[in-house]
Design a protein around this ligand. Structure first.
Ligand code: GLN
Length: 262
């Protein structure tokens, strides 16, 4: 397929800072899946002090603890105009956990201090004070995107994210807690930009999502609607099934609270 398509422009943001729970595995999965499909990748890593490239087809950012988020928040928020413009023109994006929070409008951390967001997603996040439980454990969720289907991953966040009027949930939770443990939503989606709480790493064991992001990136790169042929089921599908079985055996099924959490 590489003879038909120019190389995809992959941009990883702050992957030397925002890599809690090995979210860099998502970047590895993108390279591996692109190679399996004969797709070329032109990769750029932008971190603290680096300018953004002039164009991108797929943007990845991982998660991070509050102190890592404090290191990047102001600069990332400063990139907000460019990131929102890319989201508007159909650049594929995957922002995980702390990266997802900072792709929202703001994040109020566990000390009550507010970090600015890039404003890609109309979401806000509040970390409850000390004594409140973190959302930790396996997650099974079902995506609003038919081609993506079931998602399996792992969450570990104190922040509770709430969708604004302009945001759509990326998925609905079956097992685990998701955005806030109250409304059953997981992540957010805006055009081809996706935010999620799912670590794992997420992409190696969710091949349908990985292909959805690659197809979106390729569609943006070629200014056409590209559909990718399914690949024969293999290790990724077996990893997904194994992780889903573990999640079903030990994660709490999501139950909408009968009273407000706060
Ligand atoms: N620091 C954020 C929180 O606790 C994000 C954590 C993460 O990226 N795993 O909610």
């Amino acid at each position: 397929m590489s003879a038909d398509h120019p190389p995809l422009r992959l941009l990883t943001l702050y992957d030397d800072v925002m890599n809690v729970y090995a979210d860099r595995g998502n970047t590895i999965a993108v390279h591996a899946r692109a190679r399996a499909r004969g797709l070329g990748i032109h990769a750029t890593a932008a971190s603290l002090g680096d300018p953004l490239p002039s164009a991108a087809d797929l943007v990845l950012i991982g998660g991070g603890q509050d102190r890592e988020q404090w290191r990047i928040a102001d600069e990332l928020a400063g990139h907000g105009d460019q990131l929102r413009a890319w989201a508007d023109e159909g650049v594929a994006m995957l922002a995980v956990c702390g990266g997802f929070q900072l792709f929202g409008r703001w994040y109020r951390d566990s000390a009550g201090a507010e970090l600015p967001g890039a404003g890609v997603f109309d979401v806000t996040t509040v970390a409850p004070g000390p004594g409140w439980p973190r959302c930790i454990g396996d997650v099974i969720a079902h995506s609003a995107v038919d081609a993506v289907g079931e998602l399996v991953g792992f969450e570990n966040h104190g922040g509770r994210t709430y969708l604004g009027a302009g945001a759509r949930p990326f998925a609905m939770v079956e097992y685990g807690r998701g955005n806030n443990g109250e409304d059953g939503t997981e992540g957010a989606i805006r055009d081809r930009a996706i935010g999620t709480y799912l670590h794992g790493s997420l992409l190696p064991k969710n091949p349908a999502l990985l292909d959805y992001l690659l197809a979106g990136a390729l569609s943006h790169r070629t200014e056409s609607e590209v559909r990718l042929e399914p690949l024969p089921a293999g290790y990724a599908e077996r990893a997904h099934a194994a992780a889903a079985a573990v999640a079903r055996s030990r994660a709490p099924r999501f139950e909408r609270p009968t009273r407000p959490a706060v």
